[in-house]
Design a protein around this ligand. Structure first.
Ligand code: TYD
Ligand code: MG
Length: 451
């Protein structure tokens, strides 16, 4: 029998500590340490004694034996990098109620006939699943489904039926008999996922795991599994909006940051194949504080509206709030605006927001963000047919961004007539664009647009 010891495991990040504390020293989350027993040594292992295993040359290994399987849902395949690979383990995280079960049921229906599948639910009864399938109007509702939460039973079923694709909804409901801790705790989550990964690699079955993102930390979040799986997708949405974005944050078999867009309707999720103008709220009249930019999400340019509100602060410590953009970046840009643009916003509250619940992490949004703030501060609107992109450096220079031409082409396609871009992104003469392009290399040149 292996010796066991007690450890306090953070339910948010999985870090373990020898003593209880109110705050996890690793991720900083509060009240997430839970007492758990861990095996001090694994039974049957003795250090130093092992059999040699066969080493093979990479060029002898048949890499072609892993062709991609497309789901048939184009937006999903795009995010996965053109479908999944046999034996891959994919984690889909998202807030409860965002539509994970709906999407996966639709995905299973889409591959029906091409691939043997199994839908394992630990959250709903089979009749609830059947009702949902009916509501979705799925062409065939005879998908193999299993309501089970014991990982041992699930693995036995998978081994017996050998499906090509298994969906586990959700990993947080599973438990293994080998551990005492409650389902949903970090140790259960890790052990169940590890067993599924092992089976997937050994049998070539692709496994999709659903993980709820939790705020309270009472059940462990999908973050603790990210390193164990091949691909991590996150489902995001703007509260109140029917659009759902799905993004790859890790992908061993494709590019990350690809974005898939769906719309939630009465009959399930519908693909939005041309989302480039989705995040624009077209104003009738030009309004101060609104700037349209072209951001790149993976391989796809998207037009997005950045809004700012700059208002005299009533508190001693003016507020800086950034939604959909990085807060630190906002502070840095305001400092650049002061130092190189001569505009002091030190006594002003500054709020910035990306419309439609979109998140922009690339520096191409620097210039639009600064211009939006400036436009709000001065009460001067920018033209509604203008798009802006460019990185702003600490020395007040405007740096080029990747894929400049592609962004301009998309803006022209959506009917924009003017563009303000970094000098190095000025389109080549050979590129015919129905756009009046102004290229700038310094912040003060760009600021003329909001004066
Ligand atoms: P669900 O897939 O159950 O979310 P998750 O598995 O991520 O928790 O989706 C639940 C929400 O989706 C629920 O609020 C109702 C809504 N919905 C629709 O709007 N249309 C539909 O056709 C379905 C099936 C669900
Ligand atoms: Mg669900």
């Amino acid at each position: 029998m292996a010796k066991t010891r007690t450890a306090y495991v953070c339910q948010n990040c999985g870090a373990s500590a020898s003593k209880w504390a109110g705050q996890c020293a690793d991720c900083g989350a509060w009240n997430t340490l839970v007492e758990s027993t861990v095996a001090a040594t694994r039974p049957g292992t003795r250090p130093g004694v092992a059999n040699a295993t066969a080493v093979r040359r990479l060029h002898e290994v048949d890499a072609e034996s892993a062709p991609r399987v497309g789901s048939g849902l184009e937006e999903m395949d795009r995010v996965l990098g053109g479908g999944w690979v046999r034996g891959a383990v994919i984690l889909i995280g998202g807030d409860p109620g965002i539509g994970k079960s709906t999407l996966l049921l639709q995905l299973l229906a889409a591959v029906e006939g091409r691939l043997d599948t199994l839908y394992v639910t630990g959250e709903e009864s089979l009749s609830q699943v059947a009702m949902r399938a009916q509501r979705l109007g799925l062409p065939r509702v005879d998908l193999p489904a299993l309501a089970e939460t014991s990982i041992e039973s699930i693995l036995a079923t998978v081994a017996a039926t050998r499906p090509g694709l298994v969906v586990i909804d959700s990993i947080q409901t599973l438990y293994t008999d080998t551990l005492d801790s409650a389902p949903g705790s970090v140790s259960q989550l890790r052990e169940c996922a590890a067993q599924l990964v092992r089976q997937a690699k050994a049998s070539g079955t692709t496994v999709i795991l659903v993980g709820h993102v939790t705020k309270e930390g009472a059940i462990a979040g999908p973050r603790v599994l990210e390193h164990m799986v091949d691909t991590v997708l996150y489902f995001e949405h703007d509260p109140g909006s029917r659009f759902r974005l799905i993004r790859a944050v890790k992908n061993r078999f494709g590019a990350v940051n690809e974005l898939g867009v769906f719309a939630m309707t009465d009959t399930g999720l519908k693909e939005v194949s041309n989302p480039s103008a989705l995040f624009l709220s077209r104003h009738e009249e030009p309004v101060p504080g609104s700037v349209i930019t072209v951001t790149r999400q993976g391989s796809r340019p998207l037009l997005v509206e950045v809004q700012a509100l700059v208002d005299r602060s009533m508190v001693g410590n003016p507020r800086r709030v950034a939604l959909g953009l990085e807060g630190n970046r906002l502070n840095m840009l305001l400092a650049v605006l002061h130092r190189h643009g001569g505009v002091a916003l030190g006594d002003q509250d500054v709020f910035v927001n990306v419309v439609g619940g979109m998140r922009i992490s690339e520096p191409a949004a620097d210039l639009p963000l600064l211009l939006a703030a400036l436009s709000s501060f001065r009460g001067r609107p920018l033209p509604t047919d203008l798009v802006v992109f460019g990185e702003v450096g600490l020395a007040g220079e405007i740096r080029p961004v990747q894929g400049g031409e592609e962004r301009l082409v998309e803006a022209a396609k959506q009917g924009f007539k003017r563009a303000l871009v970094p000098e190095a992104n000025r389109p080549r003469k050979s590129v015919k664009l129905d756009l009046e392009v102004t290229a700038v290399s310094r912040l003060d040149q760009a600021m003329k647009f909001a004066s």
